[in-house]
Design a protein around this ligand. Structure first.
Ligand SMILES: *Cc1c(COP(=O)(O)O)cnc(C)c1O
Length: 433
């Protein structure tokens, strides 16, 4: 490829790479929301990251609020994680046999998230939710699952019903390729509606294996649980003998050290973790009640396996990450303070939802509590905001229906600069109205 570099063609390299990418990679990306389809324009090809910033192939730098879609609670290249990776690299990359660090990571997870009495390490959040669901079915001998509209639990066949994240962004209601019989094992209900869950249990309570929920939704944008909602799920699951699965792939170690279950005081039967727990490497976890986890092979009849599960590099990164978080719990206060600084102002005609270090600015004046209210957003207006911010060196998720993530690397100056740019957008909007 012959790429001419010229400052007058600011995006020349990203554009050229994107063109080339589309020849051999569908849409030019390895995960759909990266493609900028809902906001238009060319995705930036990223060369490196450092602290709160990423740098694209055209030499531009951005304050990053995507953070690899959640994992980078300490920003890019945090020293403890990078040092642990360097050390682990010298011992080899994969053995397919047990290692001591897997045990240490399992112990540390159980200590910080006490409901996870036993854990199994896997490679992605999708694998974690898929396995947790299989386990819940194997344990209860039932087939049905309740999920909530706008929640995303990875691309598990039966869970891609009214899912959030990329499907919400691209307007795909129900994906092609999922057999009808699989989709029929899922009951999708409105988030925050206790009445809907009560009704579903009243009708089919003895067929429901599990309720799976994002305890704070990130995948239709940030939507907190209404007071009493998670408690009601806990109560109904117990009453009908179903398992409560908290999908904390996004919220784990983000909204509190012990995740949303600590923040809201909810005891799930099973939990899924991903993103932060891998320290930026592919690692995820499912775990929970010992009597349930003991149904997994080789102890029990529910089969689940993985060639690279507990991969030494991913485990080293995750362990370094978690050890740092445990040793520095005050960082959650800092994240809370920065979060407030970033979101406690009221731009006209928008609604900001935030829980700890995750938040979304919804382009609707009305409260956003579920998918019905989220989808009222003016996505064209969001698109203008997105590009306005991008031009000023602020990298937001290229979709209205995603959460933004703060890291400990975001400085007060980063936040001040970001708020100033956002204020400028709303002022410019008002001036042209
Ligand atoms: C990201 C996410 C997943 C999927 O994780 P992957 O590692 O992308 O497969 C599942 N559940 C929630 C809540 C997530 O945010």
């Amino acid at each position: 490829m012959s790429v001419k570099t010229s400052s007058s063609e600011a995006l020349f390299k990203s554009e050229a790479w994107f063109e080339r990418a589309q020849l051999h990679i569908p849409g030019g990306v390895n995960s759909p929301v990266r493609a900028f389809r809902s906001v238009g324009g060319v995705p930036r090809f990223i060369e490196r990251g450092e602290g709160s910033r990423i740098f694209d192939v055209d030499g531009k730098s951005y304050i990053d609020y995507v953070g690899s879609w959640g994992p980078l609670l300490l920003g890019h290249r945090p020293k403890p994680v990078i040092d642990a990776l360097r050390e682990a690299l010298d011992s080899g990359t994969s053995f397919g046999a047990p290692t001591s660090r897997e045990v240490e990571l399992a112990e540390l997870i159980s200590k910080t998230v006490p409901s996870m009495e036993m854990v199994r390490l896997v490679n992605s959040g999708t694998e974690a939710t898929m396995s947790a669901l299989r386990l819940a079915r194997g344990f209860t001998g039932r087939d049905l699952t309740i999920k909530f509209e706008g929640c995303y639990h990875g691309h598990v066949d039966s869970l891609l019903v009214k899912a959030g994240s990329g499907m919400a962004t691209l307007g795909i209601a129900d994906t092609a390729g999922v057999p009808k019989a699989f989709a029929e094992t899922t009951i999708a209900l409105p988030y925050n509606s206790i009445a809907a869950v009560e009704q579903a249990f009243a009708q089919r309570g003895n067929e429901i294996a599990a309720v799976i929920v994002e305890p704070v939704v990130g995948n239709m944008g940030c939507v907190p649980p209404a007071p009493g909602f998670l408690e009601a799920l806990r109560h109904l699951c117990t009453r009908y003998g179903a398992l409560l699965i908290l999908d904390e792939v996004m919220t784990g170690f983000r909204v509190a050290l012990g995740g949303a279950q600590q923040r809201f005081g909810i005891q799930p039967d099973l939990t899924t973790l991903g993103k932060i727990v891998g320290g930026g490497l592919p690692l995820a976890v499912y775990g929970g009640r010992k009597d349930v986890m003991q149904k997994i092979a080789p102890l029990g009849p529910v089969y689940q396996a993985g060639t690279l599960s507990g991969n030494p590099l991913a485990v080293a990164a995750g362990l370094a990450m978690l050890r740092y978080l445990v040793a520095n719990p005050q960082l959650y206060d800092q994240l809370e303070a920065r979060g407030k600084q970033l979101t406690e102002w009221t731009p006209p005609g928008v609604t900001i939802n935030r829980v700890g270090a995750m938040f979304t600015m919804f382009f609707t004046p009305d409260p956003v509590t579920d998918w019905e209210s989220a989808k009222k957003c003016d996505t064209a207006r969001f698109g203008r905001y997105f590009h306005f911010m991008l031009e000023r060196g602020i990298y937001l998720a290229p979709s209205q229906f995603e959460a933004a993530f703060l890291s400990t690397a975001h400085s007060e100056d980063d936040i001040r600069y970001t708020v100033a740019a956002a204020r400028e957008f709303f002022a410019a909007e008002a001036a042209t109205a």
